[in-house]
Design a protein around this ligand. Structure first.
Ligand code: PLP
Length: 401
């Protein structure tokens, strides 16, 4: 069977048997190396989406692959009824490298958010009694698809089919200190915020807003949860995006880049909150399993290095400047921090997302008018130059040679 037939057969099987919750692009990816992905017909794509902020070290990083291989040969799973070294070591490193004192492990972003909501509810109830249950989140925020996370995700289209959701939720405008002052009160249990809104269009929180939010939360005994599922692990040029601001959260949610491609999520918390949580309050069969935790240890060790974070800062600036220099007529604004870039267009972004592969590049959207770029943190200047040329051709409708 030739490659074209294999490709169409796989696409047909996916359509026949996989629940159609995702529209997919018309090729089948078969392998990846560094910043590149290859399909079954050996077409090569420069991957500036990184599996939606997952493959931060590029595809098949040799140290991540080695750690997975070594661990899977020794012990691939133990339940959380037993101790295992990779999980304990990973928790220690995460705490040493952040504000946190304790970690709860799960398998995805939405699970990390669910855990943060449950921990906050129990904390508020135990410490302050019944009635302190309100959750505050922000317009255009995205926190996941399970019921709790969906309830604080400001997307009519995602919420409508599944109502009723959690009732004690208030969504307020992002970067609006007055709205935060008016809404966050003694009945507020927790405030959930993305330091940079990813799915919502690459919107950056401003300094005064984050500082004010921290103060308002403290004043009202409300916990501040930063959702760093997309921004964490060096994406913005610091290990955690909250480090750009002079604040410390009470809880932080992580996932995506954490496992180098394997599913793992984490909810980080201070001792003040952790003391309230006892055995049986929450759990996960797979959470923090030895293989994913071994991969995550390598990811964390590599990303935390000053040279990696410097690469993100410098090449992020370079990518931003090169995009501006293109002077594309569709571009209204370019918003970026580190290697997290939003290109706001005066037209729909989706047609470019769908056509990009024909130009040998893969990119993402963030809302109807924003093209989102999340290249691997290991991207090189040469790869950015190649991307810029292809991106220019894509937006100018010129087929490359
Ligand atoms: N929170 C943020 C900020 C995200 O960007 C995402 C996913 O895009 C999630 C939560 C949900 O993560 P997951 O898809 O792993 O459940």
């Amino acid at each position: 069977m030739n490659q074209n037939n294999i490709t169409s057969e796989i696409i047909q099987k996916e359509r026949d048997f996989v629940l159609q919750t995702y529209p997919r692009l018309p090729f089948v990816l078969s392998r990846g190396q560094g910043a590149y992905l290859f399909d079954t017909a050996e077409n090569k794509y420069l991957d500036f989406g990184s599996g939606i902020a997952v493959t931060a070290l590029g595809h098949c990083d040799k140290d991540v692959v080695r750690a997975i291989q070594q661990q899977v040969q020794k012990l691939s799973h133990v339940s959380n009824l037993y101790h295992s070294a990779p999980q304990a070591e990973l928790a220690e490193k995460l705490c040493q490298l952040s504000f946190a004192d304790k970690v709860f492990f799960s398998n995805s972003g939405t699970e990390a958010v669910e855990a943060s909501l449950k921990f906050s509810r129990k904390y508020a109830k135990e410490k302050f009694g019944a009635g302190k249950t309100k959750l505050v989140a922000f317009s255009n925020g995205f926190h996941g698809r399970t019921f709790g996370a969906l309830s604080i995700t400001d997307r009519e289209k995602y919420q409508a089919p599944f109502r009723p959701l959690l009732s004690e939720v208030e969504i307020i405008p992002y970067n609006d200190i007055t709205a935060a002052q008016q809404t966050i009160d003694a009945t507020t249990c927790a405030v959930v915020v993305e330091v940079v809104q990813g799915e919502g269009g690459i919107n950056l929180a401003n300094q005064q807003f984050m500082v004010a939010l921290r103060e308002i939360c403290t004043k009202n005994d409300a916990l501040l949860i930063v959702d760093e599922i997309q921004t964490g692990f060096g994406r913005t040029g610091t290990l955690w995006a909250y480090q750009h601001y002079e604040i410390q959260p009470d809880l932080m949610t992580l996932a995506k880049a954490m496992g180098g491609g394997l599913p793992i999520g984490a909810t980080l918390l201070t001792n003040d909150v952790a003391e309230i949580i006892t055995a049986g309050d929450h759990g996960s069969t797979f959470g923090g399993g030895p293989v994913a935790a071994s991969a995550a240890l390598v990811v964390l060790e590599q990303i935390r290095t000053p040279s990696m974070l410097k690469n993100v800062q410098e090449l992020g600036t370079y990518l931003h400047d090169e995009l501006i220099a293109l002077e594309l007529p569709q571009v209204i604004e370019i918003r970026s921090i580190g290697l997290m870039v939003g290109i706001e267009l005066n037209t729909a972004a989706e047609p470019y997302y769908k056509k990009a592969h024909e130009y040998g590049i893969l990119l993402l959207t963030a809302g109807p008018n924003v093209i989102r770029l999340l290249p691997p943190l290991t991207v090189t200047k040469d790869e950015i130059d190649k991307f810029i040329q292809a991106f220019n051709n894509l937006l100018m409708g010129k087929m490359h040679e």
